[in-house]
Design a protein around this ligand. Structure first.
Ligand code: GDP
Ligand code: MG
Length: 437
């Protein structure tokens, strides 16, 4: 899966990431190749347009970070945009939000509905649920036995009561599930070779009787771009809540998977990766995005990006110190960052040990108190802390719910921080923090 997209993008990604400097022209021609690669993999043209436009826009918005090559930054942006297009961060399958919870699978014959229902039962059981498999495919006599066997293999309950119409089947199954305290009902349905009137009528009827919480369309990855119009037809009759792509282990293009979320507006939830009952995976957008850009160490890349960003901020602060503009707004920024990436402590680490005054390391609760103090000040006080008279300090202390002594400690820290930043700045020339990264 995704082989051809990956191949097409791989070349562009490699070329981009080696480049030291990127012009707008480089980005555009790189993206033009990404575009061809995606279209060649049968990704919906509107989706391709969106990916390219968003990636270009995000590239323009990116800060230029010294320690990363611009090409790597483009790769990072492309990875983020693909993750977004595939459904965003996460990928935990369906959430069973209440009891009883009813799931229904729809799809063409042979797409993998029955097999997938068994696999889903296994996965849900692993999550701690008690599924009931319901044989709702009356079209094929063998479908009943197929699901019954899958239930036995999965070690879950099977609704074996022979009902002769779908409405009494789902009603009976619901009563059975309640009586046995089974929390998830999984309904198999009939598929046909084509989406036709009869299938439509049956779906409408089952839906009305069953009242599903999740209606997932099961799509064979091999049918390629046809999956999208097909899903739309299903969606019109039985509004979909998501999709499952089967046969992900096949050499299919994968374009439809990339298009589904953007075009249908619902997430891909699972992928079938083989014929065995354990072969169902959660669909994890960021994992697939990483595979598509083919960048081996995307996590390393993202980490370096975060570090480079923190470094760029540190340099900015250093410049303000140098020009005498460092004020309590800057300290506040540093304190907020402290909570995220260890800003002040990181800066302190970049100093030789003997230069770090005792008690200079700020812990998080103190950082929070200092932030509250700064928030209670006026703009003038933040810019020129020297004007803080005793009466002003009392007012600020009341506002922040702290003692005046806390304010004095914060101001001392502010002085110390400024002095240290200046020292580190002189030592490293271009800014503090650099040697620490
Ligand atoms: P249904 O008609 O939609 O119920 O389809 P079935 O569940 O009967 O599956 C049709 C065929 O596809 C069976 O031979 C399954 O073993 C196979 N199949 C289903 N899912 C996958 C998958 O993820 N990978 C592979 N390789 N085969 C699958
Ligand atoms: Mg079936």
């Amino acid at each position: 899966m995704f082989e051809s997209v990956r191949k097409a993008l791989g070349g562009v990604v490699d070329a981009l990431k080696r480049k030291g400097l990127l012009s707008q022209g480089d980005i555009d021609s790189g993206l033009a190749e990404v575009r061809i690669g995606l279209l060649g993999a049968d990704v919906d043209y509107r989706v391709v347009k969106t990916i390219i436009a968003r990636t270009r826009e995000a590239c323009l918005d990116e800060k230029i970070l010294k320690s990363m090559s611009p090409g790597e930054q483009v790769v990072k942006v492309l990875y983020e945009q693909l993750t977004e297009i595939l459904g965003g961060q996460g990928g935990k399958g369906i959430a069973i939000t209440h009891i009883p919870f009813r799931v229904m699978l729809v799809g063409l014959q042979g797409s993998g509905k029955t097999t997938t229902l068994g696999k889903l039962a296994v996965l849900l059981k692993k999550e701690g649920h008690y599924p009931l498999l319901i044989p709702g495919d009356f079209g094929r006599p063998a479908a009943f036995q197929q699901l019954q066997k899958l239930a036995a293999d999965a070690g879950v309950e099977f609704y074996a009561d022979p009902a002769d119409d779908l409405t009494s089947l789902v009603k009976g199954a619901d009563q059975y599930a309640r009586s046995k305290s089974l929390d998830v009902q999984l309904l198999d349905t009939q598929g046909r070779h084509d989406f036709d009137v009869e299938l439509m009528d049956e779906l409408r009827m089952v839906r009305a009787a069953y009242k599903p919480d999740e209606t997932l369309v099961v799509l064979d990855s091999m049918i390629g771009s046809k999956a999208i119009p097909l899903s739309r037809s299903f969606d019109e009759v039985a509004p979909l809540s998501g999709a499952i792509f089967t046969k992900f282990d096949s050499p299919a293009q994968g374009g439809a998977v990339l298009s589904f979320k953007e075009v249908i507006g619902k997430p891909v939830r699972y992928i079938g990766v083989g014929e065995h009952i354990g072969d169902l995976d959660y669909f994890v957008p960021e994992r697939h995005a990483a595979r598509i850009v083919g960048y081996g160490d995307i996590e390393g890349l993202l980490k370096r990006y975060d570090d480079a960003e923190a470094q760029a901020r540190a340099v900015k602060v250093a410049k303000r110190v140098q020009s005498g503009k460092f004020d309590l707004y800057d300290l506040r920024d540093q304190l907020v960052e402290l909570a995220q990436v260890g800003g002040i402590n990181k800066m302190l680490e970049s100093l030789p040990a003997n230069m770090v005054p005792k008690g200079a390391v700020v812990d998080e609760s103190i950082a929070r108190r200092f932030t509250a103090i700064i928030d209670s000040m006026t703009d003038g006080e933040r810019r020129s802390p020297a004007i803080l008279s005793a009466s002003r300090k009392r007012r600020v202390a009341r506002g922040a719910g702290v003692d005046v002594s806390d304010i004095n400690r914060m101001l001392k820290q502010f002085d110390m921080f400024g002095r240290m930043a200046k020292m580190a700045n002189n030592r490293h020339g271009s800014g503090f923090g650099l040697s620490g990264f």
